[in-house]
Design a protein around this ligand. Structure first.
Ligand code: CP3
Length: 366
């Protein structure tokens, strides 16, 4: 059971009351915690033998679309690692299907959208009225929430994280047709088509807000918005072409009564603009020292991060020093959630991930 109820009408629009019984949610709200909460980007994934065992029998999309399996993968990872939050197993690109865009994941290549979106007519044809087809994600969240309801051994409640992409990052996959290094097609549409780009941003906000609402209704305590590739933008372009749509999405999700974590990679220069979205927490990548990043977003935000995920391949003393460096930079200020600066990569030793959780549990925040 949650032990704290915060009346916070200013923080959460009309929804008002937030149950904040977990140290994870409390940290998102910059409230004092007994110790730094910790979870990991991509904590369920190919580095983990339990996930690979499931993956042997099911494709990535099958796992995402089968609530029992998605919930099991989510729960197994959170319990194996001993973290303070579980992120629902899903993928950024799932909303493409009800929008009318076919895609698949090809081994070694990542996502492929068969007919990339390049014209205003194609944007016009994208559907925003079939969000209900994503109900399998909320059914998985319901199962995870039921499993983790109530306090754990240490009296704390595990946080449940729902997520979606940010408009720019999702648009980049739609327009490029997959991953990209240069974002030429995305930027061509962004700079060159004053009709298609804003229409695409608006449609994505509609779909993503609806998707987030389903996840909140199902029991997500927090929504993380992934803008993984926003770092490809200059500050001017981010402000001119992305900030208003992203702010609209962040504000709509906050009005649902949950804190929002807004995350991107290679964002050191974008951090002040990203914090203008009003997100409660900004996710930092590892290239910026945590205290410098926190300064950039301002004291009105919590921060999440920001260990280099590849440090998990380093010898124990190096790993420990880097973990302590992150904790020291946070200096025990309320509003730090320990995480990596980006996702765990395949091949990462699971025991090192578990070791970090142990260190954080032992670390005395001053
Ligand atoms: O544990 C968790 O973090 C939850 C699961 C999760 C997945 N995708 C499952 C997945 C999450 C949070 C995502 C988000 C996601 N999906 C992002 C944003 C996160 C980030 O890294 O910045 C992005 C960019 C995507 C799109 C995507 N999905 C790509 C580019 C790829 C291929 C790259 C790769 O790692 O292979 C995926 C595939 C994917 N999504 C995998 C997993 C576990 C790995 C492939 C597999 O299991 O077959």
């Amino acid at each position: 059971m949650s032990d704290v109820s915060i009346e916070s009408p200013t923080a959460f629009g009309t929804a008002g009351a937030v149950q904040a019984g977990s140290r994870f949610v409390r940290a998102c709200l910059r409230l004092p915690v007994d110790r730094t909460p910790v979870w990991f980007l991509r904590q369920a994934g190919r580095y983990m033998p339990e996930y690979m065992a499931v993956r042997k029998h099911h494709s990535l999309l099958e796992i995402c679309r089968t609530p029992e399996i998605a919930a099991e993968v989510t729960i197994t990872a959170a319990e194996r690692l001993g973290v303070d939050a579980a992120i629902i197993f899903a993928d950024l690109l799932l909303p493409f299907t009800p929008m009318g865009l076919d895609f698949e994941f090809l081994a070694g290549e990542g996502p492929v959208v068969h007919v990339p979106v390049r014209t205003a007519d194609q944007v016009r044809a994208l559907r925003t009225d079939r969000i209900d087809e994503l109900g399998y994600v909320s059914r998985a969240i319901e199962k995870v929430a039921a499993h983790f309801s109530g306090p754990r051994e240490d009296g704390d409640e595990l946080g449940i994280i729902g997520f979606c992409g940010a408009p720019f990052t999702l648009a980049s996959y739609m327009i490029e047709g997959g991953s990209s290094r240069t974002y030429v097609e995305t930027k061509k549409l962004m700079y060159g088509d004053g009709v298609a780009w804003p229409m695409l941003m608006e449609k994505l906000v509609t779909v993503l807000a609806g998707f987030a609402q389903q996840q909140v209704n199902a029991g997500a305590d927090v929504i993380q918005i992934f803008d993984s590739w926003a770092g490809a933008l200059s500050v001017s372009d981010y402000r001119q072409y992305c900030l208003s749509a992203t702010t609209e999405l962040v504000q709509r999700v906050r009005a649902m009564g949950v804190p929002v974590i807004y995350f991107g990679v290679d964002t050191a220069s974008l951090l002040p603009a990203m914090s203008e979205t009003g997100a409660d927490v900004i996710g930092l990548d590892w290239r910026v020292p945590l205290d410098a990043g926190w300064k950039s977003v301002g004291t009105g935000c919590a921060v999440q991060g920001n260990l280099d995920p590849i440090t998990l391949f380093a010898p124990e003393q190096v790993l420990k020093a880097r973990v302590e460096e992150v904790l020291a930079a946070a200096a025990g200020r309320p509003g730090h959630i320990f995480n990596l600066g980006h996702g765990i990569v395949p091949g990462t030793p699971v025991e090192n991930v578990i070791q970090i959780v142990q260190w954080i549990k032992e670390y005395n925040t001053p």
